[in-house]
Design a binder for this molecule. Sequence first.
Ligand code: ZN
Length: 75
Amino acid sequence: MDDEDFSLGDGVADDTSLVYCAYCGEPNEIALDPGSGSVQEYIEDCQVCCQPWLVVVHYMPDGSAQVTVSAADGD
Ligand SMILES: [Zn+2]
């Protein structure tokens, strides 16, 4: 058994997430890439108002993703 093997990208990890825009508040379903690592941070534009988000993704050991979006131009 290898409990420490965090195998992403094999079909068990979340590959989409529903997030709410930090600007307009509209729900957006965004695509995730489990193969890019257990912690990810990148810029993505809102599909509704086209403002830039800072997207932070944390994959849990069970493959579920915790996704946080915030205003990328906010600081
Ligand atoms: Zn928006």
